[in-house]
Design a protein around this ligand. Structure first.
Ligand code: SAM
Length: 239
């Protein structure tokens, strides 16, 4: 099985990414805890503190998956649309929201590259661990810019490449050896987790990605590095 990190037709990549997330949807949350040692919760809390959602604000949580970011923003009173290309991920999120009694969220199956929303609709746009899976990142960024109102904020958290001495070797070993094995042990799915590890390695460096955010028209861009850049928080403003 191949998973789209080779040179494949873009449409094929989109389909393969779709298959990965359909395969992992049911085990997605437990895998996140296992793979990050629970750290993803801390990163997500930190991300949402940065976004500072205000009561009544309209926020698009793109590639929102099973709702982790949206739940945190809704708890602060924002009106959140969770959009994702994968209905299986959204279905798990809808179930989780019902179990937790979380109201006020809408769920929508959308490709980040071609959003169905009118321009200027949202106060903020968030995308967490999602953009590296998008086939044409520049199109997704252009759409983010379009659907935000003037003064709207863009926030993206994504894995990156750390520059801490020694960390890189450990991190490479972890993502190439341990992540697929954990995927096999917990979700019986080694290939999907090999794809996810590989997609991290292939994602642009933080300063390259920041340049892409600027190219899409965002201003006052910033990057906050976590663990020396293993995780990066990017932000920008639509003026
Ligand atoms: N944001 C959630 C979180 O942090 O828990 C989910 C992140 S999950 C690693 C990545 C998500 O990106 C998946 O749910 C996947 O379906 C979605 N995705 C991949 N390509 C997409 C696209 N082109 N448009 C929208 N969502 C996409």
């Amino acid at each position: 099985v191949s998973f789209g990190y080779e040179d494949v037709d873009p449409q094929e990549k989109t389909q393969r990414v779709g298959a990965v997330f359909s395969n992992v949807a049911r085990k997605y949350d437990i895998m996140n805890d296992a793979m990050s040692g629970g750290m993803h919760r801390v990163w997500k809390d930190r991300f949402v503190r940065r976004v500072k959602p205000q009561p009544g604000e309209a926020i698009l949580d793109m590639a929102g998956g099973t709702g982790d970011i949206a739940f945190r923003m809704a708890a602060r009173g924002a009106e959140v649309v969770v959009a994702d290309i994968n209905q299986d991920m959204l279905d798990v999120g809808i179930e989780r929201a019902m179990e937790r009694g979380i109201d006020g969220l809408s769920w929508s199956c959308q490709n980040a590259e071609t959003l169905s929303y009118p321009s200027g609709q949202f106060d903020a746009y968030t995308i967490v661990f999602g953009i590296r899976n998008v086939t044409h990142i520049d199109k997704a960024l252009a759409e983010a810019h379009r659907v935000l109102r003037p003064g709207g904020r863009f926030y993206c958290m994504e894995f990156g490449t750390t520059d801490w001495p020694g960390f890189k070797e450990i991190y490479d070993l972890y993502s190439h050896q341990i992540m697929p094995k954990l995927g096999k042990a917990i979700a019986n799915d080694e290939d999907s987790y090999r794809y996810l590890a590989e997609s991290i390695r292939r994602f642009p460096l933080a300063h390259e990605f920041e340049a892409m955010i600027k190219d899409a028209g965002f201003r006052n861009t910033r990057v906050e590095k976590i663990l020396g850049g293993a995780v990066n928080n990017h932000s920008g403003w639509k003026v």
